[in-house]
Design a protein around this ligand. Structure first.
Ligand SMILES: Cc1ncc(COP(=O)(O)O)c(C=O)c1O
Ligand SMILES: C[C@@H](O)[C@H](N)C(=O)O
Length: 370
């Protein structure tokens, strides 16, 4: 009987290896020991009454970092976006111009409409996450048609853009959209769930990147690795209105200093790691692109997200790869029938990247019989 092939041996060995490489999203990070210690010793008080000292500290820090007058902690990025859109569009019959492939439009249960009664005016997202500026201008309703038309009040951008694979909107582009908004008396909101990733990738300070925006929703719970929460930033008047709406939506919480303490550690320890996350992402993307049967668009690798397409004619499928990797402790997302998504974060090591690559290689080789 022929001895087991190297691949068969590797497969048996890999099956015995218990290792966790969680590439489902950058929302999966676990609080670090430093975060847990900070949480345990956090100074707290009632934040609804406006007295939680650690929440106030975080909000002051975030407003300063983002170059805005004020900030407000919210339980999630979804609630952050919802509050911002609803504050800007507080008049019945309001319309928001947003990308057809943006998170607010795809993954937030249509909350701006179902809860806020705001009409979404979807405009095509380009592959790089931008929306053509002439299409934005063309989508702005003519006030002379107000008898029939909703009233455009807001433009939403997303930076980095998750569904384009983490592509970054340049500061020049963002400023130009801001000029269009001003020209037409509109507001600009940026879904900045991963704005720190965009800032690190572009080498542009985060406050400069969002300078043109009237509001930004920033996720603490994504690339910078806090366990919970987001912060919205804007003018003092905007945040005053946002605070009331947060309460209306049930987002007013009590001793949130416990959560904000972890976020303060995340800001201090993890923003500086984002460039390393991006380097590991590029390494993984380049390696995946070498695997026959898989395709990664190298132009789309700007931050920490990789879309992996199964090449037509390949005998493998996303389901088979997904299962093979899951059995070896590697978790990822199936984006659609022929596409997988991996998202890197500060708890993915360089050796995790190599391990992931070898498992992808094996998964594809076994299916393709080579
Ligand atoms: C671009 C973007 N915006 C907003 C959100 C919503 O954040 P949360 O999951 O905290 O509601 C996410 C992901 O979760 C996201 O990827
Ligand atoms: C799925 C989506 O809602 C989430 N923001 C993620 O990127 O993982």
């Amino acid at each position: 009987m022929a001895p087991p092939s190297l691949l068969e041996t590797a497969t048996v060995v890999e099956k015995m290896v218990t290792r966790n490489v969680d590439l489902r999203s950058d929302t999966v990070t676990k609080p670090t020991e430093a975060m847990r210690a900070a949480m345990a010793s956090a100074e707290v008080d009632d934040d609804v009454l406006g007295y939680d000292p650690t929440a106030l500290l975080l909000e002051t820090e975030m407003a300063k970092m983002m170059g805005k007058e004020a900030a407000l902690f919210v339980p999630s990025g979804t609630m952050g976006n919802l509050i911002c859109v609803l504050v800007h569009c507080d008049i019945r019959g309001s319309e928001v111009i947003l990308g057809d492939n943006c998170h607010i439009n795809i993954y937030e249960n249509g909350g701006i409409s179902t809860i806020g009664g705001v009409h979404p005016r979807q405009v095509k997202n380009n592959d790089d996450g931008t929306i053509d500026i002439d299409l934005i201008e063309a989508a702005i309703r003519d006030p002379r048609g107000e008898l029939m038309f909703p009233s455009t009040r807001l433009i939403c951008l997303e930076n980095s853009h998750a569904n384009s694979g983490g592509r970054c909107l340049s500061v020049e582009y963002t400023d130009r959209v801001g000029e269009v908004a001003k020209k037409h008396g509109l507001k600009l909101h940026i879904d900045g769930a991963r704005i720190f990733n965009a800032s690190a990738a572009l080498g542009v300070p985060v406050d400069r990147l969002v300078e043109a925006a009237d509001s930004v929703s920033v996720c603490l719970s994504k690339g910078i690795g806090a366990p919970v929460g987001s912060v919205i930033v804007g003018s003092k008047n905007f945040i005053t209105k946002a605070k009331r709406l947060r309460k209306t939506l049930g987002g007013g919480m009590r001793q949130i200093g416990i959560l904000c303490a972890a976020a303060l550690v995340a800001l201090k320890e993890n923003v500086g790691k984002l460039e390393s996350d991006h380097k590991k992402t590029r390494l993984l993307a380049d390696g995946l692109n070498e695997i026959k049967g898989l395709r990664v668009n190298p132009c789309s690798i700007e931050t920490n997200i990789i879309f992996i397409d199964i090449v037509d004619g390949s005998r493998t499928t996303t389901e088979k790869i997904f299962k093979y990797l899951e059995e070896r402790g590697i978790l990822l997302m199936q984006e659609k029938a022929s596409r997988l998504r991996v998202v890197l974060h500060h708890q993915i090591s360089a050796s995790d990247v190599q391990y992931t690559l070898s498992c992808f290689q094996q998964a594809v080789q076994i299916e393709n019989g080579n």
